[in-house]
Design a protein around this ligand. Structure first.
Ligand code: ADP
Ligand code: MG
Length: 366
């Protein structure tokens, strides 16, 4: 493991921002810390960077315990949340928060190298190399206010990379950028980090961003780690109730036993259903699993660009389902058959996947 957090605790005025946090990251990987606002993501990054000290536990980087090593000596690059332009800021050698308003692009990128007192020739070569990397060569004399949001964030990225850090920390780097540019920056960042092979931790509260960008996701909730795995592993096999509800647009129902053909589990709190687990059919359509379907009434139909989203009331539950645009249209108030392929049930903090038994039985005859 290149980075390891071992049982880290951190309390702010009685509030436990990190609660027994442990995880490891292999060298060269791009990891997303994913969780709602206030779940402790930034606290974790700040402790890894050395901007904050854990109350207990160890932070290990490249085999060395770094708890007592100052931020400036950890060899870490940091890209902050937004590109707000600060005029004056205390900046630790290679840990800078935002672009300096009164410095050109060139001087912003050169900043960490100047602090390290590298020679001018080396700095000039390095800055030009980075300008090329971020496709902004020619713009080195501009000031941050003369750049677009996406360009500023690329400069912030180049500045963090300039001193050749071994670890890159990015705290919601695209949070303040509009949707279309954010999308482009995501793929740009993923490509860039793959190319450079630099171990990176990327904080986000946006599931889509994490799924799209990260090799692995660590889900944070109320200061602790809920689950760690590849995006697919977490999507397919959420181990906690929180992780199961965190991805996608889920519906929650309390009486899953009112749906046919699911095995009985004791002490279930609720069931969680993703739209892709649900098949909605019109009354006159052939239904392969007809006998196991339940009747529902459509309450809302919304156009979602690539599909129709249906809100269907079944046994007093509101369930969100999708229907293809090429399928026969369904109207509000229409009675429909609803078949649920699978669902997650939660028992306390745990989540487990249940398959509809009629699918299992059916497969015997295939
Ligand atoms: P996230 O980045 O996931 O939104 P943070 O790590 O910033 O969460 O914060 C986790 C919790 O710790 C929040 O409740 C926040 O208010 C609290 N917190 C963070 N930093 C400080 C601080 N310097 N002083 C007091 N409370 C803090
Ligand atoms: Mg944060």
């Amino acid at each position: 493991m290149y980075v390891e957090l071992k049982d880290i605790n951190k309390t702010y005025a009685g509030y436990q921002a990190s609660n027994h946090v442990s995880f490891g990251i292999e060298q060269g990987r791009l990891i997303a810390l994913l969780g709602p606002s206030g779940s402790g993501k930034t606290t974790i990054l700040r402790m890894i960077a050395g901007l904050e000290t854990p109350d207990s536990g160890e932070i290990v980087i490249d085999g060395k315990v770094v708890n007592n090593i100052p931020a400036s000596e950890r060899g870490i690059g940091f890209v902050f949340q937004n590109y707000a332009l600060f005029e004056n800021m205390t900046v630790l050698k290679n840990v800078a928060y935002a672009l300096f308003r009164y410095m050109t692009v060139y001087d912003n990128i050169a900043f960490g190298l100047n602090v390290k007192k590298e020679n001018k020739k080396y700095i000039d070569e390095r800055v030009h190399e980075l300008l090329k990397l971020i496709s902004l060569d020619g713009l080195e004399k501009r000031y941050p206010s003369q750049l677009s949001g996406g360009q500023r964030q690329r400069v912030a990225f180049a500045r963090a990379l300039a001193p050749n850090p071994h670890l890159l920390l990015l705290d919601e780097p695209f949070a303040a950028i509009d949707a279309k540019v954010r999308q482009e920056l995501r793929s740009w960042l993923k490509e860039m980090i793959e190319k450079l092979g630099i171990t990176s931790i990327f904080v986000t509260h946006d599931q889509d961003e994490a799924i799209e960008v990260a090799d692995e996701i660590i889900i944070t909730n109320k200061g602790h780690i809920e689950q760690k795995g590849t995006p697919l592993e977490i999507y397919q096999n959420p181990q906690t109730a929180f992780a199961a509800t965190f991805f996608g647009q889920t519906s929650q129902i309390t009486n899953y036993q009112s749906f046919h053909s699911f095995p009985k589990v004791d002490n279930v709190d609720k069931a969680i259903i993703r739209p892709e687990f649900v098949k909605v059919s019109k009354k006159n359509e052939v239904q392969r699993f007809g006998p196991s379907a339940s009747e529902g009434v459509v309450e809302r139909v919304s156009f979602r660009g690539d599909s129709l989203e249906l809100l269907v009331n079944v046994n007093d539950n509101q369930i969100i389902a999708k229907r293809g645009l090429e399928e026969k249209s369904i109207a509000v108030g229409e009675k429909v058959d609803v078949f649920i392929y699978r669902l997650f049930v939660t028992v306390g903090e745990k989540a487990m996947l249940l398959e509809n038994q009629s699918l299992v039985d059916d497969s015997v005859f295939i």
